[in-house]
Design a binder for this molecule. Structure first.
Ligand code: ARG
Length: 478
């Protein structure tokens, strides 16, 4: 049966019902939908648009609907299209025709925008919280592995030695920027859309500020047409989520590489690996591979929503319903990816010996030999060419930079002394004592700053959570 069917002569085709329904996924928004409705009906009551008694009946009824859904007592039906209609129809079953007054001065267009914004603001806080957890894990590991030397790569060729902690803190930076992006998006999410009506505003003396204050929004939207057409805030979440997934996938890829026997730098705990159904010896990094592999879903959802919005005429169009599954799946992909990456790192062990050997091998100290000459007055470009020749000599004679005889060095450039053969990875690392460099002093400072940044994030998370739960009208007494 049609709920809003006065003008129709026939029921919708079954196919149409199946094709247009959103209840299969937007039921996930029931709490947000009902919370928004409670704020709306309180406002209607205060403004005398409905009576105080009606408002109280509706609010009490809405609480029962929320309870019914939470307890699994709601039967979902494609004929009732979406969550908004389900809530209203159950409300009518519970409190009778007065339920019909709830939708005064409201449209599903501003209602669905409200539900999404309420949903997203919780999700953003959860996302930032998990980013903070992952950062804390990186800090822990950077502390545990404080003196571990690792090869730093460019082009996946050994380049210069670094502290493993420095490598880990590189990811910490990425996740800090991610957290910033989510927090920034939050400012634009936490604005009340209700009051836009279908698109043009409403012919009642509603009080949007009151509703905003009830729900803990920082303000109200300024243009009703933009309000019902806007999904930028979902795009922003998906964009920030995409970059976060990019960062997770780079980390995951390094974990996959580093746990191979070819690299052998890292060992994952058994609890974060899987076996092969055929090869008994296998211990596979499937968790890391899946994190890497799930990135495409999130990029896909971002592209999907951008394409949906492109060229869409104002204002609301049903195309916008496509935002929800994209958003939900992105959230359901990102949050577990963050948690599982953290767990995987927390339980991993490193092979410090192998890392150290790899860091010094492969002429990783060649730049330091060039810098040695620079200190002795040779222009860097020339020093670069000289050391190139030295490397060539080593390759021809099967030597390394530290065991090539001094006269071989001197044959190329007389400025070399015995101490050139003392240059080692630790000296190379300690020398890079600039802000952002890998010298232990710098890494310690970076670690301290990282701890503070995570503290700030946690503080933000707990402030938003407290604020949001203080404005959770379903939990707070009427
Ligand atoms: N299910 C719809 C959506 O997600 C709710 C809004 C419906 N509005 C409308 N005019 N049909 O966008």
């Amino acid at each position: 049966m049609r709920l809003w069917g006065g003008r129709f002569g026939s029921e919708p085709d079954r196919l149409v019902q199946e094709f247009t329904q959103s209840i299969d996924f937007d039921r996930r928004l029931f709490r947000q939908d009902i919370t928004g409705s409670i704020a709306h009906c309180r406002m209607l009551g205060r403004r005398g648009i409905i009576s105080a008694d009606e408002a109280a009946q509706i609010e009490a009824g809405l609480r029962r609907v929320a309870d019914d859904i939470a307890q699994g007592r709601m039967v979902f039906d494609h004929a009732l299209e979406d969550i908004h209609t389900h809530v209203e129809s159950r409300l009518r079953e519970l409190i009778g025709p007065v339920a019909g007054k709830l939708h005064t001065a409201r449209s599903r267009n501003d209602q669905v925008a409200l539900d999404l914004r309420l949903f997203l603001r919780e999700v953003i806080v959860d996302t930032v919280s998990l980013l903070a957890d992952l950062q804390a894990t990186l800090q822990e590991r950077a502390t545990d592995w404080h003196d571990v030397i690792a090869p730093g790569y460019t082009h996946l060729q050994r380049a210069q030695p670094v502290l493993l902690a420095h490598h880990l803190l590189a990811y910490h930076e990425m996740f800090s920027r991610d957290a910033d992006r989510f927090r920034d998006a939050y400012r634009r999410v936490n604005i009340l859309p209700l009051g836009a009506g279908a698109l043009a505003g409403l012919p009642y003396s509603i009080d949007r500020e009151f509703v905003a204050e009830q729900l803990g929004f920082d303000g109200v939207t300024r243009n009703s047409m933009d309000t019902v057409a806007d999904r930028d805030f979902v795009v922003e979440y998906l964009a920030a989520a995409s970059l976060t997934m990019a960062h997770l996938s780079r980390l995951a890829e390094e974990i996959v590489l580093w746990t191979t026997s070819e690299f052998g730098y890292l060992t994952l705990d058994d609890s974060f690996t899987t076996g092969s159904s055929l090869m008994p010896q296998k211990k596979n990094p499937d968790v890391a591979e899946l994190v890497r592999g799930k990135v495409g879903r999130v990029y896909g959802h971002l592209t999907h929503l951008l394409v949906t919005l492109k060229g869409l005429p104002l204002t609301y169009n049903r195309d916008l319903q496509e935002d929800k599954e994209a958003l939900f799946d992105a959230v359901d992909t990102l949050l577990p990816s963050l948690s599982v990456t953290s767990g995987m790192l927390r339980s991993a062990t490193v092979n410090a010996e192998r890392l150290r050997e790899a860091a010094a091998a492969g002429f990783s100290l060649a730049t330091d030999v060039a810098d040695y000459l620079v200190v002795r007055g040779v222009p860097f470009r020339e020093a670069h060419a000289i050391v190139g020749k030295i490397v060539q000599r080593c390759l021809a004679t099967g030597h390394t930079l530290s065991d090539l005889p001094l006269d071989e060095y001197r044959a190329v450039c007389p400025l070399f002394d015995e101490d050139v053969r003392l240059i080692d990875a630790w000296a190379s690392i300690s020398a890079r004592d600039v802000i952002g460099g890998t010298a232990p002093r710098q890494v310690d400072a970076a670690l301290a700053a990282a701890r503070q940044a995570t503290e700030d994030l946690r503080e933000w998370v707990s402030r938003q959570r407290t604020w949001q739960s203080a404005h959770d009208l379903l939990v707070a007494p009427a």
